[in-house]
Design a protein around this ligand. Structure first.
Ligand code: COA
Length: 212
């Protein structure tokens, strides 16, 4: 198994991998491959943390990081970081690859001086890489009330004490704009989606907003 930087020759393979990994997981179909595609040209994108994992002579995993912002109570903004999408090919899920890729990326991010990360995700996976509820660090989610304990909003200080050292006692996280591109450009997204093999979109238990 090898982890290396993504190159432009990998783009289509990685978008296909992302689509396969996310298909019908959080919603019927998925958007994440389009988010990734658009993100590579976004100024918030961090090329040094755009990583692929290879096994059996194919790309089976990918993760990307980007710059984000925390909004302080006085309205000032301060730089922060986030990551995702992270994908492991369905044939390789739950074999430890995702955690290995994430831990490698976190170590690299730490080495680059990235001291704090927050993101939306399933704590049952991310707790293994040191993440906990962001509310425990007094970091709120932009789309939820400040007193809500948001179970999917997670954070980690890669550099212990980073928040305090930067004078941050409380803040609200705003995801980078690039994460909403599919909603903003529905026609472009549909045209892009049509370039992939057709797959059935299914409403399944466990998806966001699924009701019996
Ligand atoms: C989420 C994902 C990256 C995890 O990678 P992975 O290689 O499957 O995970 P690992 O084998 O490294 O998991 C390590 C541990 O995390 C936990 N875990 C992993 N995926 C989980 C999930 N979907 N739900 C709950 N716990 C999970 C388990 O405790 C697992 O250990 P176990 O298999 O011994 O129980 C991968 O499954 C994936 O690509 N999923 C679809 C896309 C996605 O959801 N991406 C993340 C968006 S936030």
């Amino acid at each position: 198994m090898e982890i290396r930087l993504e190159t432009c020759q990998d783009y289509r393979e990685v978008e296909n991998l992302t689509r396969e990994a996310f298909w019908n997981v959080y919603r019927p179909g998925c958007l994440e491959h389009y988010v990734l595609r658009q993100y590579r040209t976004n100024p918030d994108f961090i090329p040094a943390l755009d990583l692929v994992m290879e096994e059996d002579n194919r790309i089976i995993g990918h993760v990307m990081f980007s710059k984000a912002e925390l909004v302080l109570n006085n309205g000032n903004r301060t730089p922060s970081w986030t990551f995702g999408p992270i994908s492991i090919h369905p044939d390789y899920k739950r074999k430890g690859y995702g955690l290995k890729l994430l831990q490698y990326a976190l170590d690299k991010a730490h080495g680059m001086g990235i001291g704090f990360l927050c993101m939306e995700g399933n704590i049952d996976f991310y707790k293994h890489a040191g993440f906990d509820l962001a509310s425990k660090l007094n970091i709120h989610y932009h789309a939820e009330p400040k007193d809500a304990e948001v179970p999917y909003f997670l954070a980690q200080e890669l550099i212990p004490g980073w928040l305090q050292n930067n004078g941050i006692t409380e803040a609200t996280y705003c995801p980078p704009k690039g994460y909403f591109v599919a909603d903003e450009n529905p026609e472009d997204f549909e045209a892009y989606e049509a370039t992939f093999p057709k797959e059935e979109k299914l409403r399944l238990p466990g998806q966001l907003g699924y009701e019996e």
